[in-house]
Each structure stands twice: as C-alpha cells, then as structure tokens.
Design a protein around this ligand. Structure first.
Ligand code: MG
Length: 196
C-alpha cells in the first residue's frame, strides 16, 4: 500500500538559508528542527528532503560539496535528536536563461521546483501516496509545487523570510496550514494523521 510522506524543503525549513553551500561550516540547523524531524520519524511518516541546488548549474559549488553538505545535515539531525531523513532529492539543473553555465547541469528540467519531477520520482521509488502527502516549505512556490503534484502544502513563516510571497508565482496557492515553525507544522500533522 502506498504510504504518505512529508517532503521537507531545505533552505529556510531544515536549515538556514544559504547562498554558498560550499561554506559547509556556516551551515547550522534551525533550533528544534531535529526534534521536529524526530517527531515525524516517530509517527512513521516517510521523510524526504527536497531542494533545488541550482548552484551546481551556476558552477558555484561541486557535487562533492553537495555530498558533504548532506552528510553534515544527516549528522546534525542524528546528533541533536536521533532523527533522520529517509531520502534526499535535489535538482542540479537550470536552463541558460535562468543562469545555468555548467554544461552537465544546464538544461530545462521537470525536476526544477515548482515542477513536480522530484515528487513523482520519489513516489515511484518509495511507493508514496502523493495525494495524502505534504510538502513543508517557506515560499509560496513550495505550496504551488505541492499542489502541482496533487499533494498538500504547509507554509512555514520562518524568521529568515519575512516576506512569504516573492511575487513571481503564477498564482497564489493557499496552503492547507500556515505554521510559525517546523515544530508547529509537525504537531499539526500529528493531529491530522490521527484524525484526517
Ligand atoms: Mg526554502
């Protein structure tokens, strides 16, 4: 039976928003994030980290930088709360018009959020029920991303991002829930999955 999943945006949700991922030492998790992920683990919800890593196409950092970064993320989650993500997806692609320069990663891709490629791939790979899954993100485009795939969206109003709407989305998508941080979103999901 296909299972529900929680897709966690990276910048601004699991971690502080960073421009330069290769400055690995600058990466620290947001307080309580590891505990919130642990809560999702305890609820037996499949947890998936999902992000655009277009800096690869812009040649700002390398694949090994990205690997090191995700290792640090996994280590922090484990160390702080015994928490884990079950899968990690990222989109390295960007088209020329959007600033892609590195040939390997410069192209249009269905994996680029808010296109649904990463969600569809995860659903096939791990037998996930997208209709009953949630994307948690800090931008209105994350909610658009969820709805494009028939999933549901929770918007986090993180302190790092005062303005939620960037104004470049095609329409304003209404999230199923708006939370002040990841922990509040997870507590809401706890209640939701006990009595949807
Ligand atoms: Mg974000």
């Amino acid at each position: 039976v296909a299972k529900p999943a929680v897709f966690l945006d990276l910048d601004g949700v699991l971690g502080i928003e960073m421009q330069q991922i290769n400055e690995i030492d600058n990466f620290n998790s947001i307080p309580d994030v590891a505990s919130a992920v642990r809560h999702l683990n305890d609820l037996k919800l499949f947890c998936c980290s999902i992000a655009n890593r277009s800096g690869l196409a812009k040649n700002l950092y390398s694949v090994s930088d990205v690997d090191t970064f995700y290792k640090r993320l996994r280590d922090l989650l484990k160390k702080e709360a015994g928490a884990k993500v079950d899968a990690i997806y990222y989109c390295p692609y960007l088209n020329t018009k959007a600033g892609g320069v590195k040939p390997d990663f410069t192209r249009w891709s269905t994996w680029n959020k808010p296109n649904t490629g990463m969600l569809i791939a995860a659903a096939w790979e791990y037998d996930l029920d997208l209709k009953h899954s949630f994307v948690i993100g800090d931008k209105s485009t994350d909610i658009e991303f969820a709805h494009n795939a028939g999933a549901k969206g929770i918007l986090i109003k993180t302190s790092t991002r005062k303005q939620i709407s960037k104004g470049n989305e095609r329409f304003y998508p209404y999230p199923e829930f708006v939370a002040s941080d990841l922990m509040e979103a997870v507590k809401w999901l706890d209640r939701y999955f006990k009595s949807p």
